[in-house]
Design a protein around this ligand. Structure first.
Ligand code: PGA
Length: 253
């Protein structure tokens, strides 16, 4: 069944590239996606590359996002970056609650919620990540984990707030491992999440929320994933670092 959700193809550069490498990426990448009007295109570089990236994409359809933010607007929080600063620097999107943030930097469903509210207040479009570990999947806990992450990290948002959020389903065992979820397995998790959204926010919101898949997305597996009606885009790590490979993903059609 077709839907009218515009796909989001987002690149998460993680801790890679300098400002000069950022500029070099866009010189090659932008001509390759000039006519790619079927989706929204987002690149999330490290904080320090945001100004160079914003300048590089000016006048194009490509938008820039951050990979994290702090929930306070300003203050004595050494090393943190606030939503209004990102917005002022020209970022339009922000990834929140990526599994690497949860695993290495102590982020929880509660901090995900606070960061999502802060992002929305700053006018940024949050991409909130959820997903189970291999251990959790093997123990048959996938749905329980997704339910918990949704219920605590997202469900406290008002319907108006939630309507401005996108969700990324990223099974932790598929991130950076070359082990992609099959399109069917991913779609199953997406269906579960969308049903959760429907129960909390109703039919209309559930029909419009975009749920991206992330975890070892590559040019050679993106079509199968995007062929699933439930999958509304991809969040791409490793394969977004190379302009040809990320353009091939964006142009999956
Ligand atoms: P990967 O990362 O594409 O390198 O697996 C995805 C992600 O962490 O968002």
């Amino acid at each position: 069944m077709a839907n009218n959700r515009t796909p989001i193809m987002a690149g998460n550069w993680k801790m890679f590239k300098t400002p000069a490498e950022t500029i070099a990426f866009f010189e090659k990448f932008l001509p390759l996606v000039e006519r790619s009007t079927h989706c929204e295109i987002v690149i999330c570089p490290p904080f320090v590359n945001i100004p160079a990236a914003v300048q590089a994409v000016a006048g194009t359809r490509v938008e820039i996002g951050a990979q994290n933010l702090f929930w306070e607007k300003q203050g004595a929080y050494t090393g943190e970056v606030a939503g209004p600063m990102l917005a002022a620097a020209g970022a339009r999107w922000v990834i929140i609650g990526h599994s690497e943030r949860r695993q290495y930097f102590g982020e929880t469903d509660q901090t995900v919620f606070k960061k999502t509210v802060a992002a929305l207040e700053a006018g940024l479009k949050p991409i909130v990540c959820v997903g189970e570990t291999l251990e959790e999947r093997e123990a048959g806990q996938t749905e329980a984990v997704l339910a918990r992450q949704f219920d605590n990290g997202l469900a406290p948002l008002s319907p108006e707030q939630f309507s401005r959020v996108s969700v990324a389903y990223e099974p932790v065992w598929a991130i950076g491992t070359g082990r992609t979820a099959t399109p069917e397995l991913a779609a199953e998790a997406h269906r579960f999440l969308r049903e959760r959204v429907r129960e909390r926010y109703g039919e209309e919101v559930a029909a419009q929320v975009r749920i991206l898949y992330g975890g070892s997305v590559r040019p050679d597996n993106v079509r199968g994933l995007m062929a699933q009606d439930e999958i509304d885009g991809t969040l791409v790590g490793g394969a977004s670092l190379d302009p040809d490979s990320f353009a091939a993903i964006v142009n999956y059609l």
